[in-house]
Design a protein around this ligand. Structure first.
Ligand SMILES: Nc1nc2c(ncn2[C@@H]2O[C@@H]3COP(=O)(O)O[C@H]4[C@@H](O)[C@H](n5cnc6c(=O)[nH]c(N)nc65)O[C@@H]4COP(=O)(O)O[C@H]3[C@H]2O)c(=O)[nH]1
Length: 517
């Protein structure tokens, strides 16, 4: 992902991180307020059911008691008994006695026997038959409910069933389980109640919150306008919005931190390692006397997703500092094998020099990696040279054991950029090296009157004393070649011969320049 895409992604994530938690808290405030209100409405509906059941139980008790009366029916005693029960039972408006399906007397006295017994809507669990709505002769506009047990019945004002204390904004309705509306409190909309009874539960309908509860014999519905929860929502918002703002700030902070990390050089390098964004260019090494190509130095390049190449001196120091260099070295080893296996197998005199970091030299970790990479390839270990700068040999003890082990495995080991650090002859004497690369800065002084120009012959002499092969690095002019050849320097590497190039070009170069016998 390139920088602009990372920035756009980070901005989008930060915006989402800011909006989503706050929007979620608005939503939760609403959901919690609705949930609480539903519970309150459910409580009212439950109370209405309990109230209706108590009323029904009282009325049924009165009916059973009058049924046990043994005297003459509709006698003074019978009527007086019915009246007493009517007065003492809160829910009962009137009690009546039927004979042959016609009302013969009530708690208020004998009747003319013209009122017929109403057909029941349902029979409750205790055997009491319920007729939901009957219109008494005395008050046709105010329907009552009739409960009937054997020959007696009682009339009940349905309002008694919802006779509970509720807020004025809460509307209550009670219906039979079969859906017949019995009574209502605070004037609920009958159409809405009808809809809710048909599908009882909790919810929001046309700006009204509702909760319906189904009892054994009844369904109670409590509703109220949605606007009633505004205060409750605000209260919750006051609590939850700071939490949302905190989460938003946390997410934005994380996005900024992660994107800065991702955009930092180290973050980019880590991703490059993970995505194997490295390639190898090969710079030919030539035999100065014949001009033949004897091998190449493998030089890493970081190919960015946009195709641009990053020079190693821009990222190798960071890779060494962060420890990522180990993974990069491993990838370079694998790439060298992949790129040049055929060429190396066909030309045993060719070698490829791989650069090791100081840590690689210190730990020797890289040796088994190379051993494994060469397995079953046909490439001989002596065709892989290992190069390390003077910095890699500072800790002589561990460097020495790595060099010894590398040479046991068949590799040649070269000291790179020689002369730029603090290596001295005595320092080198302790290391069983194979080759020495003279740094470009010394080659540059050849045929000049620079102050350091006198150092180059000393380095050459020193290498010869130690019987090391000498490779002159950064050769750019024929004058430098002539000078080096005069002093029997074996090999040269530099732009005069070729710049670092991809594997295919290097193979073509070798064919052109010729290979040693
Ligand atoms: N102006 C000029 N330059 C010349 C000439 N001949 C060669 N060079 C450059 O000198 C550098 C030689 O590599 P080095 O001394 O090992 O120095 C290397 C090496 O220390 C390090 N490096 C490169 N690849 C790797 C790698 O795979 N692993 C590790 N650990 N370090 C690497 O990065 C350094 C720089 O590598 P490069 O940028 O490829 O630069 C290369 C090469 O392109 C010339 O005639 N004129």
């Amino acid at each position: 992902m390139d920088r602009s895409r990372i920035i756009v992604t980070a901005v989008v994530l930060a915006l989402l991180g800011a909006i989503v938690p706050i929007a979620a808290m608005f939503h939760f405030s609403w959901v919690l307020a609705v949930q609480e209100e539903h519970e309150r409405l459910e409580l009212f509906a439950n109370r209405a059911i309990a109230r209706a059941s108590i009323s029904l139980k009282d009325a049924a008790g009165a009916l059973r008691e009058i049924d046990r009366f043994t005297g003459d029916r509709c006698s003074v005693d019978h009527i007086a008994r019915m009246r007493r029960l009517t007065i003492n039972t809160r829910s009962i408006e009137e009690m009546g006695y039927f004979e042959n399906g016609l009302l013969k007397c009530t708690s208020w006295g004998p009747t003319e026997g013209s009122v017929a017994q109403a057909a029941p809507d349902f029979t409750a669990a205790d055997g009491v038959a319920v007729t939901a709505r009957i219109r008494p002769l005395a008050n046709q506009d105010h329907p009552l409910m009739a409960l009937q047990y054997k020959r007696h019945n009682v009339l009940i004002d349905p309002l008694r069933f919802v006779d509970i204390v509720v807020d004025p904004d809460v509307q209550l309705a009670l219906a039979t389980n079969t859906g017949v509306l019995l009574s209502a409190l605070n004037g609920p909309d009958p159409a809405r109640i009808g809809k809710i009874i048909a599908d009882p539960g909790k919810g929001l309908d046309d700006g009204h919150l509702f909760a319906a509860v189904r009892g054994t014999d009844w369904i109670a519905v409590a509703t109220e306008p949605e606007s009633q929860i505004v205060d409750s929502v605000r209260r919750r918002q006051l609590l939850l919005l700071p939490l949302g703002a905190f989460i938003a700030a946390f997410i934005i902070g994380m996005v900024v931190w992660l994107s800065r990390r991702r955009l930092s050089p180290l973050g980019e390098l880590q991703i490059a390692v993970r995505k194997h964004e490295f390639i190898v260019h090969y710079q030919p090494i030539v035999a100065l006397r014949t001009g033949n190509c004897v091998g190449a130095e493998a030089l890493v390049r970081w190919r960015r997703p946009d195709g641009s190449l990053v020079r190693p001196d821009l990222f190798v120091p960071l890779a060494e500092e962060s420890g990522l260099i180990a993974a990069i070295t491993d990838q370079i080893i694998a790439l060298v094998v992949l790129d040049l296996k055929k060429l190396l197998v066909a030309n045993r005199s060719l070698h490829i020099a791989i650069n090791l970091s100081p840590a690689d030299v210190r730990t020797a970790r890289v040796l088994p990696v190379i051993e494994k990479a060469l397995q079953h390839t046909g490439i001989q270990p002596r065709q892989i040279w290992l190069e390390a700068t003077e910095r890699g040999f500072v800790d002589v003890g561990s460097a020495r054991s790595t060099v010894i082990r590398a040479r046991e495995l068949g590799h040649a080991v070269a000291i790179d950029d020689f002369g730029t650090g603090y290596s001295s002859l005595s320092h080198l004497e302790g290391l069983p090296l194979d080759a020495l690369k003279i740094d470009k800065s010394f080659i540059d002084t050849i045929a000049t009157d620079s102050a350091t120009s006198s150092v180059t012959p000393h380095i050459i002499d020193m290498a010869k004393t130690l019987k090391l092969k000498i490779i002159a690095e950064g050769v750019e002019t024929q004058a430098q070649v002539d000078y080096l050849m005069e002093r029997d320097v074996d090999y040269g590497q530099g732009w005069l011969f070729a710049k670092p190039m991809p594997a295919a070009e290097f193979m073509a170069y070798c064919r052109r320049a010729g290979l040693p016998a």
